[in-house]
Write a protein that binds this ligand. Structure first.
Ligand SMILES: C[S@@+](CC[C@H](N)C(=O)[O-])C[C@H]1O[C@@H](n2cnc3c(N)ncnc32)[C@H](O)[C@@H]1O
Length: 208
């Protein structure tokens, strides 16, 4: 068997780093999840209610316990939540099943959505990408672009960079890496408790 017998591998044979999943799982298991308030962010409700979106597939990237995924399903989308924390997805699945919602959940890495066979009209990321290492963001953007229809919208919530001790953050300057697959439609800056943060609305371009 050799020394690699306890390592997971991707179909390509490349090893999978399970440490981030373990860390997120632990946080859900121990209840160390200050973001998991059970409340759909008002910014999400405002945009979904604005009449801008086609009701096709919607992706919730880093969906956690699925609060926003279930909301999207209630609003008429076929909603798919993706997260690497198994313990969060169990709760998400139970919540959707209890209300018979068209919400589906996948255990996976948002930086490689190749397991998804849909192209969506809308993608949401509330607090996932801003914690990803910079080196993985290119993969995330490429994979997201591949799974969105032309003109689809992508709503991103992120901490801004340069806050001591927090995850990486995403500032307006970082959005250049979304081009040319995405264009920025608007940005709203605010505060998450004491930490500067922003909502960004991007739109998939016609370039495929
Ligand atoms: C701050 S929480 C936000 C959860 C949810 N969006 C919410 O608003 O409640 C970040 C989530 O992203 C997930 N996550 C982090 N990195 C991920 C990755 N590479 N792939 C999939 N999920 C990831 C974590 O497990 C966690 O559930």
């Amino acid at each position: 068997m050799g020394e690699q017998s306890d390592r997971l591998t991707k179909p390509s044979g490349a090893p999978v780093d399970v440490r981030p999943a373990d860390a997120w799982n632990q946080r859900y298991l121990s209840g160390d999840t200050p973001w998991d308030t059970g409340v759909v962010p008002p910014e999400v409700i405002a945009f979904v209610s604005s009449g801008t979106l086609r009701r096709g597939w919607a992706l919730d990237l880093g969906c956690g316990s699925g609060v926003s995924t279930c909301y999207l399903a209630r609003q008429g989308f076929r909603a798919v939540g993706v997260d690497l924390a198994h313990s969060a997805l169990v709760r998400a699945f139970q919540a959707a099943a209890a209300d018979h919602l068209p919400a589906y959940f996948c255990l996976g890495d948002v930086c490689d959505l190749s397991f998804l066979r849909v192209r969506a009209d809308f993608a949401l990321d509330v607090g996932c990408l801003h914690g990803a290492p910079a080196a993985r963001r290119t993969d995330y953007i490429r994979s997201l672009a591949d799974h969105l229809l032309p003109d689809a919208f992508y709503l991103l919530y992120a901490f801004l960079p340069d806050h001591e001790g927090g995850p990486g953050g995403i500032g307006p300057g970082d959005l250049a890496s979304f081009a040319p697959q995405f264009v920025l439609r608007w940005a709203q800056h605010g505060l998450d408790r004491t930490r500067p943060s922003a909502w960004y609305l991007l739109q998939r371009t016609q370039i495929l």
